[in-house]
Design a protein around this ligand. Sequence first.
Ligand code: P6P
Length: 332
Amino acid sequence: MHNHKQTLGEFIIEKQKEFKYSSGELSKLINAIRLAGKVVNHEVKKAGLVDIFGSSGETNIQGEDQQKLDIFAHNKFIQALSNREIVCGIASEEEDDFIVINSNDKNHQNKYIVLIDPLDGSSNIDVNVSVGTIFSIYRRKSPVGSPVVLEDFLQPGRNQVAAGYIIYGTSTMMVYTTGHGVNGFTLNPAIGTYYLSHPNMKFPEDGHIYSINEGNYIHFPQGVKDYIKYCQAEFEDRPYTSRYIGSLVADFHRNMIKGGIYIYPEYSKAKTGKLRLLYECNPMAFLAEQADGKASDGRKPILDIQPESLHQRVPFFCGSKNMVDKAEEFMR
Ligand code: P6P
């Protein structure tokens, strides 16, 4: 039986037809991300063969040692998004401030902004473990025609128009939502085409996998310690399995397919957690809710948080709804 899998390109065109007033700008934006993802994938998959291992000797605003692939990925996404007159501004983990795209007024006519973590999990690059790109898309709030301003980037996650990730794993996949469910596309590297391999992805309501860096156990809030002990108790469907890859995209993706919870809580060494609200937690929370999962800071939905700064960090509890509910019970 010829099982024609729809390509990402066909999918985007078909979905655009459903939005009769769509200008096609969002489709162009998703296409730009699709293209940049292929370019980054090509580089990531050969990282071991060329001298792009190791650090660039520079550090980013997080004080993190910037891997060359981080910078390569950042540049490729900025380039792909800037060249096509689609967005009026970009914020990236790799840049201290947001980027105003081309100050000529043509680009100020564009209504979308993008926030991106070009290569999350970069510490895993040198050990050949999956890494990912995370992106988040909003409509600008400031008037079209003027240069984009900080407030355009500080919108609650609930305002997102689209969000997704590219996971550079045993296969490369692009997983995204435009607010009508989550769809996963797998890249066929031989021909550079993404195919719809995981339509309408959903978090199982329950799960038996918990993802947390237990090396920080003694520093965790008591509620997190109690939840971990709950996961480890010999009872009913427990103990659960502990799986922690050290790449948010990889842990999230596995949990969405198999069921599970990912937790990066606040703790003594990271007073408000480690993950960034704007280009890690908000896009993953939008995907989680669209896949009938849940994402909170341990108390309230991530998507309802009013951001105050570009690189702000928040505690992150995300995954199967019933597991996040249970973890929140322990946090109360
Ligand atoms: P830790 C990678 O740097 C990252 O931002 C996430 O992708 C990952 O889940 C987490 O940090 C790992 O942090 O402190 O456990 O090494």
